[in-house]
Ligand binder design. Structure first.
Ligand code: PBG
Length: 332
């Protein structure tokens, strides 16, 4: 019998690659602006719009700039922001993190006033607010787990009170998702979702962020609480526990060195899955593109597509605004 699909002993895979139209028709993964969350650093002061040197195109902005920022995101169709704050002062207990008049709390209100439909997600952590730069409370020279989760829960509650749509704990203390869920529920915020940084690795790729957020640890490192890069099965345990404690969305972070973890998580769990394309990943692309070593636009879209292909429903990325504009140009 005549085999209609092949001539000789090989398949003609190139048939479906002949034109942009056909390629688009058979495309398995479609990147969309609807996938993006844009991380943003807010700071005290007026008229502040300071570019972060290791993250070209990213800024620390003051509250008065938020109206403009929100309008820009709305025009581009970027659906969500993830807020980080730079406090007026730091102390051992990270007090401004859970101050109802803190910088993030004010920024949440400003975003919700400017564009109510923009989804405002807040990073819940202490490292930007503590003078020692660790993500929790120090007791006897160690980051104390159980003391820390109480402050983290207060922080999440304060963000919810300010109007945050989603709270996102990034500290990697054990039991914090459960503590936050209970605290939110007790205060009547049963409808506030938790996006947990569940599989967050102790990564070298956070370097530019720690400058941008002024959150580098002043002694030691974060290996006692963030995950060890060689471990993938452990990531699934972390995710499982966070879901059981009440996480509505789980996250793998960073994205690119952990695409395998992302793919495994996608297979294993049915809750929405986020990936954080972190500051160091962004900085590498920008540096190489500035040197003319890679095509910045094509490599960015390829990277973001790979994160989606690996299984992410939500991509947190500093590229969100430029990628939104490129996708629109491409008619995607
Ligand atoms: C806070 C936090 C960090 C990032 C997000 N939340 C830094 C860290 O854990 O040191 C990193 C984000 C990035 O690199 O873009 N704990």
């Amino acid at each position: 019998m005549l085999d209609l699909t092949t001539r000789g002993n090989f398949a003609r895979h190139r048939r479906l690659r002949q034109s942009a139209g056909v390629r688009r028709l058979v495309q398995e993964t479609r990147l969309s602006v609807a996938d993006f969350v844009y991380p943003l650093f807010v700071t005290h002061g007026r008229g502040v719009r300071d570019e972060i040197s290791s993250m070209p195109g990213q800024y620390q902005i003051s509250l008065d700039q938020i109206g403009r920022e929100a309008a820009e995101l709305k025009a581009l169709g970027v659906p969500a922001v993830l807020l980080f704050g730079l406090p007026a002062s730091k102390d051992a207990r990270g007090s401004e993190a859970y101050d109802d008049a803190g910088i993030v709390q004010d920024a949440v209100r400003a975003f919700k006033d400017a564009v109510p439909e923009l989804v405002v997600i807040t990073d819940v952590c202490l490292c930007e607010y503590t003078d020692h730069g660790h993500c929790g409370l120090i007791v006897d020279g160690e980051v104390d787990n159980d003391e820390s989760i109480e402050l983290l829960a207060h922080t999440a509650l304060s963000h919810a009170r300010a109007g945050a749509d989603i709270v996102a704990p990034s500290d990697m203390m054990d039991g914090r998702v459960g503590a936050i869920r209970e605290t939110l529920d007790d205060a009547g915020f049963v409808q506030t979702p938790i996006m947990a940084y569940s599989a967050k690795y102790a990564s070298a790729f956070y370097g530019p962020f720690r400058v941008a957020a002024d959150s580098a640890p002043q002694f030691g490192d974060r290996r006692g609480y963030q995950m060890d890069p060689p471990n993938a099965r452990e990531a699934l345990l972390e995710i499982q526990d966070d879901i059981e404690e009440g996480a509505d969305i789980v996250m793998v972070k960073p994205a690119l060195p952990y695409l395998d973890v992302l793919a495994k998580a996608r297979q294993e769990f049915d809750v929405p899955l986020a990936a954080y394309n972190v500051s160091g990943e962004y900085a590498m692309v920008k540096a190489a593109a500035a040197n003319g070593w890679i095509d910045g636009r094509r490599s960015t879209l390829e990277i973001l597509t790979s994160i989606k292909r690996a299984g992410a429903d939500i991509i947190i990325t500093y590229h969100a605004k430029e990628a939104a504009a490129w996708l629109r140009e491409d008619g995607a």
